[in-house]
Design a protein around this ligand. Sequence first.
Ligand code: EPS
Length: 393
Amino acid sequence: MVRFFTAGESHGQGLVIIIEGVPAGLSISEDYIGVHLGRRQKGYGRGGRMLIEQDRAKIISGVRHGHTLGSPIGMTLENKDWANWEEAMAVDPLDGPPESPRTRRITRLRPGHADLPGAMKYGFEDVRNVLERASARETAGRVAAGAIAIKLLEEFGIQIHSHVLSIGTVHASAPENIDWAAVEESPVRCADPDAALKMAAAIDAAKEAGDTIGGTCEIIAENVPIGLGSHVSWDRKIDAQVAQALMSINAVKAVSIGPGWEIADQLGSQVQDVILPVTDPDHPWQRATNKLGGTEGGMTNGMPLVTQFAIKPIATMVTPLPSVDLDTGEEVLAHFERSDVCQAPPACVVGEAMVALVLADAFMEKFGGDSIPETRRNFDGYVKTVGPRKIYQ
Ligand code: EPS
């Protein structure tokens, strides 16, 4: 089982990440994880915070001489901004009256953020106690863990990519074969250069208006073996696990496997992916299409796993909405603090991490093994059995 935890507040000292269940012998480095962290920090529409942070995860356990040990991998990720928040986010009680304005209680609730339900649930009088952990800063920890999952999957030929499909009402027309190197260079992670320009303009317009803007993202995992997940129980279905993982990303409001919503408009004859006769024994079970996004019955079917999600416009706005004060219940303007205008491009990278963590878990459940060579033997043995039954046993 591959599982992970993160801890850390947005303006605390940093994030702590533990990932467990990675077999021994996987080559991994801080530089490799740093590449993925750097990808998450990019994206047109980010606020000033990303100019402060230079995310770098420090591995403190579970890796020796460049290879995993099979033990839990512990990492820390420093918040450079902590230097500006030492009093406001101090672990110890304050000695005297606060000096930093950042220490002031926040009571003006932001609709759409975790502020109100969090304050009620935990009995807080200061909304900062909620917003610090509800912040998307936490997703840096997920990307650090996800980078290790991506490395494990890469070891077995699985590749994960992501791109932005839309920002606001600007929709990309993605080409059949996406140039992933170009997506990495695109400021909005978009495969359609014309749409990318319009997306950047839409972000500028939202920023100008003191508003925020959402979007949709697509994650594609290629070379996924047939049979990850299971049809036998609800919580083992891979599509359900992917949906939970993506829905857990801050501000995500919808998830689909393939273009899920469109399928409901069509007839059965139009949406199934026809199975083609086996002509190449090394690549059996090809499909004419991949409309179902690579899962059937809660299992991967050997086609690319394609999943999309929608991220809502961020709740923190320069031009705040009318809201209510936590203390008095009277009408006030919602709290504003420095924030991003659009989170769709970095959310793609977080989505890759979450899909990778789910796939890595399902991969290890299926193939097991305490070391990479053992996992590889199991994997290779299974692959040999995947084909027409009268040819492969
Ligand atoms: C966030 C607000 C901003 C973002 C932050 C998420 O942080 P700050 O309040 O420090 O400006 O930059 O995202 C990150 C720090 C990050 O690493 O992605 C929020 O309120 O969710």
